[in-house]
Design a protein around this ligand. Structure first.
Ligand code: SF4
Ligand code: SF4
Length: 132
């Protein structure tokens, strides 16, 4: 079974501490969307990843992404694949395969996600009684 949760645009994942990694094609796409040259985009908006093997988006001092305005992503049409894949990639990898407590411990970002919280409530609820 494959799950496809619809994002509620709560912005919680964009405020979670961590790294949004960018591949070269994503750098080119986002720079073009913003009307910047790739070197300018890299200089202004990216930093070295913690493993020093590539680049990631800069974040604000409170750990929110620099492209988050209110609860909206200002690069929504071209946002990175890592953002597009959340939370469905993780739900499909983990749900029913990893104990809930292990998920809670190892993937705390999932538990701050509004659509995943709805999913949890729905999955934990018994089926509605059949209509008479
Ligand atoms: S790029 Fe957009 S979707 Fe991704 S973390 Fe930043 S604000 Fe959120
Ligand atoms: S935390 Fe979940 S519901 Fe909220 S913006 Fe991110 S993916 Fe969407």
């Amino acid at each position: 079974m494959s799950y496809e949760l619809q994002c509620h645009r709560c912005g919680a994942c964009c405020r979670h501490p961590g790294e949004v990694r960018l591949e070269p094609a994503e750098i080119a796409r986002i720079a073009s969307f913003l009307g910047l040259s790739e070197p300018s985009f890299i200089e202004e908006h990216l930093r070295l990843r913690q493993d020093r093997r590539g680049l990631a988006l800069k974040e604000r001092p409170d750990h929110s992404c620099i492209f988050l305005e209110g609860n909206a992503c200002v690069i929504q049409p071209v946002k990175p694949g890592q953002c597009l894949e959340f939370p469905n990639r993780w739900v499909n990898l983990l749900w029913g395969k990893v104990p809930l407590e292990a998920m809670r411990r190892d993937y705390p970002m999932l538990f701050g996600c509004a659509t995943f919280q709805d999913f949890l409530v729905k999955e934990a609820s018994p089926d509605p009684a059949p209509k008479e």
